[in-house]
Design a protein around this ligand. Structure first.
Ligand SMILES: [Zn+2]
Length: 237
């Protein structure tokens, strides 16, 4: 069939240049352009101003993003430091991923090292109110916080020198769900590393942080400003 043969030949002559063009552009694995958008907040004398996000989830709890991608997007948005705070008690993708409470941090830290991004280990302690949701960051081992009683979890965090903060003090669903003044005091004392029976401690001197529910990709990152004397985990704490 000459006609069919001619059509095949014509298609071949079209296909070869098209594939050649693809190999030059798409198939050549050319480096993707990476861009960081800096956040311009000036340093103060003797200090470095770090832009941070201390509340981030990955696929290792209820997030939809691999830990190394979290590091990459934080770097692109101009952040200097992040904390990986996956839930210990809630793993949406448990059927697909092993329960290793330190793994998401390890992956993000490796990616962050290539970007000069400081990555901090800190799981989220997740309970009904009280105490609600707490982040315990600057940990060395998240697994020791995977216990039933939340007071044991905060105690284990304090043993590792954690900085603990209450994630959602303005979350109406939790405030109206039995948050009495006594419960609030109990939580704040636990966050501050004190026992609930301590009397007369009125000023807890807790700092401000901003957090969100970062789950999916490309969500806007909140920024906590941290003035440090050097770009190290110890100074950031
Ligand atoms: Zn969270």
């Amino acid at each position: 069939m000459p006609l069919l043969k001619n059509v095949r030949t014509a298609l071949w002559f079209v296909a070869v240049p098209v594939l050649a063009g693809l190999s030059a552009s798409v198939l050549a694995h050319e480096p993707v352009t990476r861009a960081r958008t800096p956040i311009h907040i000036p340093d103060l004398p003797g200090h470095v101003t770090l832009k941070c996000d201390f509340h981030i989830h990955t696929v290792f709890s209820d997030g939809l993003v691999w830990p190394s991608v979290r590091a990459e997007e934080a770097w692109r948005e101009g952040l200097d430091a992040i904390a990986i705070t996956d839930h210990l008690e809630y793993q949406s993708h448990k059927a697909d991923l092993s329960t290793n409470h330190n793994r998401s941090f390890d992956i993000a830290r490796s990616a962050g090292a290539d970007l000069d991004l400081l990555v901090i280990k800190g799981p989220e302690i997740t309970r009904k109110m009280p105490p609600g949701y707490l982040n315990a960051i600057f940990l060395t081992n998240s697994t020791s916080l995977a216990v039933t009683n939340w007071r044991d979890a905060t105690a284990a965090a304090h043993q590792q020198g954690a900085f603990i903060f209450w994630n959602h003090p303005g979350w109406e669903a939790q405030i109206t769900n039995g948050l009495t003044l006594a419960a609030q005091k109990t939580v704040l004392l636990a966050v501050a590393g004190k026992t609930a029976t301590e009397k007369g401690r009125k000023k807890l001197n807790l700092p401000y942080t901003v957090t969100n529910f970062l789950i999916g990709p490309d969500e806007p990152l909140p920024v906590t400003i941290d003035l440090v004397v050097s770009f190290t985990p110890a100074s950031t704490k």
